[in-house]
Write a protein that binds this ligand. Structure first.
Ligand SMILES: NC(=O)c1ccc[n+]([C@@H]2O[C@H](COP(=O)([O-])OP(=O)(O)OC[C@H]3O[C@@H](n4cnc5c(N)ncnc54)[C@H](OP(=O)(O)O)[C@@H]3O)[C@@H](O)[C@H]2O)c1
Length: 260
């Protein structure tokens, strides 16, 4: 393995990225495409997915299948998998990226908000992983699962009141380790990416509030917020041959936020 492309090529693979209609999910999908994988992208906003699909096809020349779906609905998850298999082939790279970060004081947060965060940030990735891993195991094929956790899976937020978010991100981080251990025998590597503060649709409004951005920058050793495209390298590494011996890891892409 002396050539760069042998280490990092994703040619011949089919990736599924959830939450790829905006933000980091778009970058995860681009990362897989840069590596040469064909990509299935899923989220609820079909028009946004169509635009992302067109951009990726043009820029990277891979096949892209956009599927409008709510991944908290089991029938939608089954449809994502059956359509992918029918139109693209078996998914062997799953990026569980979709997530929400509802804010609100812990003493007032509603059961409905709490449940919605559990459903999207924890239950959906668990059962998507289960369904895809089961198909890989049945066929004796290896695979990769990459969960999008957060620095706030390791610690509380110094900026926002985020109890459902910090709880679900801590859970997905440790679920990553458990699935890695259980599926190692099947050569299904399970890892997570842990981003720090990165401006996206989900975070921009909060970052625009007086003082927040400065606080985030001050808490980050590199002294700046991340760029969405700065998650790409981690995705390619964890999905490719370069990551063969990496499983159960939480890879920080956080400008050093968790280093101190
Ligand atoms: N940005 C950061 O600073 C940061 C830091 C650490 C971790 N993260 C994590 O990175 C991931 C992406 O966040 P982001 O910042 O890129 O936010 P974003 O731009 O709001 O993206 C969230 C994505 O999830 C999708 N989504 C929401 N509900 C869904 C559902 N029920 N079914 C399917 N898709 C759904 C949204 O698309 P639709 O609305 O079209 O469904 C959207 O594409 C999240 O897991 C987040 O926790 C972000």
């Amino acid at each position: 393995m002396d050539a760069l492309h042998e280490l990092f090529s994703l040619r011949g693979h089919i990736g599924l990225v959830t939450g790829a209609s905006s933000g980091l999910g778009v970058e995860c999908a681009k990362a897989l495409a840069i590596g040469g994988a064909d990509v299935v992208i899923a989220a609820r906003r079909g028009d946004r997915l169509e635009a992302v699909a067109a951009e990726i096809r043009t820029a990277y020349g891979v096949r892209v299948l956009p599927i409008a779906a709510d991944i908290t609905v089991e029938a939608d998850v089954d449809r994502i998998i059956s359509s992918s298999v029918a139109e693209m082939g078996e998914i062997d790279i799953l990026v569980n990226n979709a997530g929400i970060a509802p804010t609100g004081r812990a003493e007032r947060i509603s059961r409905q908000v709490w449940d919605s965060a559990i459903a999207l940030n924890l239950t959906a990735p668990m059962f998507l992983s289960q369904k895809i891993a089961a198909r890989l195991i049945e066929r004796g094929k290896p695979g990769r699962i990459i969960n999008m956790t957060s620095v706030l899976g390791q610690r509380a937020s110094a900026v926002y009141r985020l109890s459902p978010y910090t709880a679900t991100k801590a859970a997905i981080s440790n679920l990553t380790r458990q699935l890695a251990v259980e599926w190692a025998a099947y050569k299904i590597n399970v890892n997570a990416i842990s981003p720090g503060w990165i401006p996206t649709e989900a975070t921009e409004a909060g970052m625009a509030k007086p003082g927040n951005r400065e606080k985030m920058e001050a808490l980050t050793p590199l002294g700046r917020l991340g760029l969405p495209e700065e998650v790409r390298g981690a995705v390619i590494f964890l999905a490719s041959k370069a990551g063969d011996y990496v499983t159960g890891s939480i890879l920080s892409v956080d400008g050093g936020y968790t280093a101190w």
